[in-house]
Design a protein around this ligand. Structure first.
Ligand SMILES: NC(=O)c1ccc[n+]([C@@H]2O[C@H](COP(=O)([O-])OP(=O)(O)OC[C@H]3O[C@@H](n4cnc5c(N)ncnc54)[C@H](OP(=O)(O)O)[C@@H]3O)[C@@H](O)[C@H]2O)c1
Length: 259
């Protein structure tokens, strides 16, 4: 179970969180509970999530993997893709500086930019990898065809797409990841909260004496061996609840109910 650090920012993933010290404490607690993968991006805040990770956790403990992303900008709080090689080069340097790293363990191309050839964006990140600034490369918000296109340029170690009990549009991408043995990182693992309102999730949760969030996360882990959920929260209680879901075993019957 990883942790998605998008929500250690202000409302609308914009600006600082209401309580910066509490956000730092949340990140430290995640590690204390055994999380060793954090997902972030330069666009969260923007810059705030990466800054807070470094404030809270640097110097980083051995074994912690921080995956960040680049390829989005935040003009006027909106989200705009920017996959130009010059933007990605500057974004990688910015993330290195904020995270106080010499090399980023996992750098994910946040989203294809329809105005820039996908291969040009991927090649810019490959250049950074050759320069020793990036160890591994992942993709986000891609199709199977885009995964295959990237693989002609780089070794892809992970794909991060929207995926949860209620939205399985990326089932084909998950299957492609499983076939390759690379990580699939489902964003919105709780459907940003919507999965928690599902009647069948509530039914299984009641049977298990667990919460709906725990059932949604346990279902993801049971669904594929390459699944790496990164539930996001700004709440310590939700963090503890979400991480405990890694130990929840759903029966074959319960998995059938969830579909
Ligand atoms: N690649 C991409 O394009 C992309 C897009 C979106 C997100 N992401 C990544 O994916 C991560 C996960 O996505 P997410 O954080 O938006 O969505 P999520 O994990 O599906 O849901 C988070 C929402 O659910 C609530 N929540 C969390 N745990 C809960 C619990 N146990 N019980 C009840 N409510 C709970 C949170 O509110 P509270 O704060 O109140 O707990 C928050 O509103 C992000 O942190 C980010 O790292 C990537």
């Amino acid at each position: 179970m990883g942790f998605g650090a998008m929500r250690v920012t202000g409302s609308g993933v914009w600006g600082p969180p209401p309580d910066r010290a509490a956000a730092r404490a949340l990140l430290r607690r995640a590690l204390a509970l055994g999380v060793n993968f954090l997902d972030t991006a330069d666009s969260y805040g923007p810059q705030v999530s990466e800054d807070i990770i470094a404030e809270a956790l640097h110097p980083y403990p051995a074994g912690l993997v921080i995956g960040t992303k680049g390829g989005f900008t935040r003009p006027g709080r909106s989200w705009r893709a920017d996959g130009r090689p010059e933007h990605l080069r500057a974004a990688i340097d910015g993330s290195l500086k904020r995270l106080r790293l010499e090399c980023i363990d996992l750098y994910q191309f946040h989203t294809p930019d329809s105005r820039v050839p996908f291969a040009d964006s991927v090649a810019a990140i490959a250049d950074a990898q050759r320069a020793g600034k990036v160890r591994h490369i992942g993709l986000s918000n891609v199709s199977v065809a885009q995964l295959e296109e990237a693989e002609r340029i780089i070794a892809v170690v992970s794909v991060q797409n929207e995926y949860n009990l209620g939205d399985r549009a990326s089932e084909d991408v998950l299957a492609a990841c499983a076939q390759r043995g690379i990580a699939f990182i489902p964003w919105y693992p709780l459907g940003a909260g919507s999965v928690l309102r599902s009647a069948k999730v509530k039914r299984v949760a009641a049977r298990q004496g667990a919460t709906p969030a725990q059932v949604a996360l346990a279902w993801l882990l049971a669904h594929s061996p390459v699944m790496l959920p990164i539930p996001g929260t700004g709440s310590l209680a939700h963090l503890e609840e979400n991480i405990a879901a890694a130990a929840l075993q759903l029966s074959a019957e319960e998995l059938a109910v969830l579909g």
